[in-house]
Write a protein that binds this ligand. Sequence first.
Ligand SMILES: Nc1nc2c(c(=O)[nH]1)N[C@H]1C(S)=C(S)[C@@H](COP(=O)(O)OP(=O)(O)OC[C@H]3O[C@@H](n4cnc5c(=O)[nH]c(N)nc54)[C@H](O)[C@@H]3O)O[C@H]1N2
Ligand SMILES: Nc1nc2c(c(=O)[nH]1)N[C@H]1C(S)=C(S)[C@@H](COP(=O)(O)OP(=O)(O)OC[C@H]3O[C@@H](n4cnc5c(=O)[nH]c(N)nc54)[C@H](O)[C@@H]3O)O[C@H]1N2
Ligand SMILES: [Mo]
Length: 745
Amino acid sequence: MGKIDVYPTTAWSAGTGCHGGCGQNLFVEDGKLVKVEGNEDHPWNQGRSCPRALAMTQYVYHEDRITEPLIRVGERGEGKFEPISWDEALDYCEEKMGAIRDEHGAESVIFVQGTGRDIGGPITFLAYSYGSPNWVQLGLSGHSCYTPRLGAMKTTLGEFAVADCSQFLEKRYDDPEWEAPEYIIVWGQNPPNTCPDGFYGPWIVDCMQRGSKIISVDPRNTWMSTRAEYHLQIRPGTDGALALGMLNIIIEEGIYDKDFVEKWVDGFDAIKERAAEYPLDKVAAITEIPAADIQAAARAYANAKQAAIQWGVPIDMCPDGTAVAHAISCLWTVTGNIDIPGGQVIAKPAFGVTAYPFSSEELVELYGKDLVERMNEKRIGADIYPMYKHFRGWASPDVTIEQIETGNPYPIKGAWIQTANVIGGQAARAKFHYDAMKKLDFVAIVDLFHNPTTMALADIILPAATFPEKNSFRSWWTPMDSIKKRVQVGECRSDWEINFELAKRFNPEGLQRWATVIDYFDERMEPSGMTFDELDAKGGWAMSPEGPGRPYRRHEKGHLRADGKPGFNTPSGKVELYNKSFESWGMDPLPFYTEPPQSEASTPELFKKYPLVMITGARSNLFFHSEHRQIPWLREKEPDPTVEIHPDTAKEYGIYDGEWIHLENDMGHIKRKALISLKVKPNHVQTLHGWFKPEAEGAEPNLFNVWDYQVNQIIPGPQASKSGFGGGQYKTTLVRLAKISEGGA
Ligand SMILES: Nc1nc2c(c(=O)[nH]1)N[C@H]1C(S)=C(S)[C@@H](COP(=O)(O)OP(=O)(O)OC[C@H]3O[C@@H](n4cnc5c(=O)[nH]c(N)nc54)[C@H](O)[C@@H]3O)O[C@H]1N2
Ligand SMILES: Nc1nc2c(c(=O)[nH]1)N[C@H]1C(S)=C(S)[C@@H](COP(=O)(O)OP(=O)(O)OC[C@H]3O[C@@H](n4cnc5c(=O)[nH]c(N)nc54)[C@H](O)[C@@H]3O)O[C@H]1N2
Ligand SMILES: [Mo]
């Protein structure tokens, strides 16, 4: 046995797959990773690890990992690929993408990512250097993941905010300034399993251990809801009505923070009037939550000295998700729970460092005025949906796939796919995406394993590195972390390195100021006064010093505005609950509720045929979306895709526990193993998305059995939210159960 060295680093992306942030210790022996363990010195996770981090060695050295660039040699879908060198691979991409740019314009190549991994930096770097404005989470209907919430926060508060679990303070729970929230509303989130969006889920449990009580808003019985003081067992997709109903109670009963409202809120009267359209009885009927529970929970939250809301992706997946997020943000605003310990803490990246430019000024400086002008002209969906034009640089996923299909107003010829399994997990209407994407002339995929998307579509596959194999940095939100390369597997390269090399081929002059990616990191990290290596030498993490970069009450101290005056970072200096940005973009300036597009009320005929509301994608902590099914330690705990069915419903259909059945609607059917469970109400079922079987035949038509298991085949596309953001029907599709006929398995 050789000597084992232990190196601290930060987990983000490949391996754990996740939104990242955990300090992990890598145990390395003779250049090989032998163990991963939580780093106790890291303030984020304080020594803890998730199952996926603990199984890292099985992931990194898995025999199915793609460890060299592969080029397709057979027909698309035949599964025939051959290894080529990196030089050949990059030459090939340069040639193909260059030809599309010459013939059709750079906008004819789309740049596709999945969720918030370590990818926003590298993929925009490549897309913008190449010249395309079309950066998109293809298939994520309504872009229903965090962006709707971000949009509502930025336009009302001028900032982003998260539940304050002391994460912005080094000493964490021991910092005397911090106070535990008296109540935390855990709203459509499953924190112990998910750790999303710069938030470590177990922090909620830490707060509970320090006295926080829970109000759970969840249609299911979960670990959290069964420990909650109030469980509001909501009908999926009706969160907007609940938020407005609670707001109405709080305003009517006068239990809002009058001083805060007077001083810092713009549009209170208008909000009051809008909330009055949601009286308790009406809201109880819409949400299927007993009126008394809604009332008690609203009072508990409003009467607490400090209270927080921690929300999840089901908010975005409500129809008009942006409006729902707006409604919820009104709750924390009128109760004055902003910018105080134990409320919503204003979230800014440590030292103001970001991995890639967010502002137009910075974009102009890096990529030129021409690109930025073209971004709005050519970005797909920007002419249709106001928020694609005005908020963040995304293209609309729903419009993009239509445009691939129709070629209007201009053709889409190529796709660069990096960190996304479009067909196997991300896309609603999975088959429609499959058919449309087959028409592309060129598809490059950067991934670590084969999946249904690589098999069906890839012309070339570039092998990506896991987090122990790469250099990168992270500042979402705090601390700022270094991610330092400690091992090498085959010829795998980091996403940053791959994109940096290819980007240089498309824009050699613009990018010559950086010789290596580390030079680029150093430049971005300049506001911290540290280089990448200096940060790493300090243990790999650092937080903003005392002052404007730190909580609390920054709006009173003049720490939020460029002019240094007290107030919020909005034109009026107040929290603009009457949303003037929305108004100027032609949207409703006040929050509202929309009934889900499929439901007893909106589609009674369909409901007769398909009377069960299907919730999908309540996350398992073993898997990240469609990943990890090939990792033995994880898969053995959850070998098959199951569907949670209430015992009464199972009885009605005559289904036994463990029976293989179909979930079906007019779009088709998929297979699931019945899991009879009290987690769901009788009129709901719940199933995890992203299932395919990596051990099955990969070549078409099989594609790792994806068409047997891919629930997104029966999830419809958008019923366009007015903003374009929100409304993916991942939690509200109607289905029924069916027995699999003899021999039909
Ligand atoms: N039915 C249903 N569908 C859903 C959801 C739901 O709730 N229900 N949720 C939706 C949501 S919120 C989201 S955000 C999307 C997410 O969808 P995706 O982000 O596409 O999720 P994955 O299926 O994990 O696919 C990611 C792919 O990237 C690869 N990968 C992982 N890490 C890295 C890396 O560091 N570098 C590179 N190059 N590749 C990497 C993985 O191997 C995998 O093939 O899914 C959506 N789909
Ligand atoms: N282990 C693991 N972690 C992950 C992921 C993963 O795949 N695996 N995915 C990552 C991604 S991209 C995301 S977006 C996040 C998502 O993670 P979360 O935001 O936590 O969302 P979900 O797990 O989809 O659902 C959370 C809870 O909401 C409930 N719910 C379902 N529908 C509704 C509804 O209409 N209203 C309300 N109020 N509640 C509802 C579900 O029953 C579930 O218990 O997790 C991230 N973290
Ligand atoms: Mo997501």
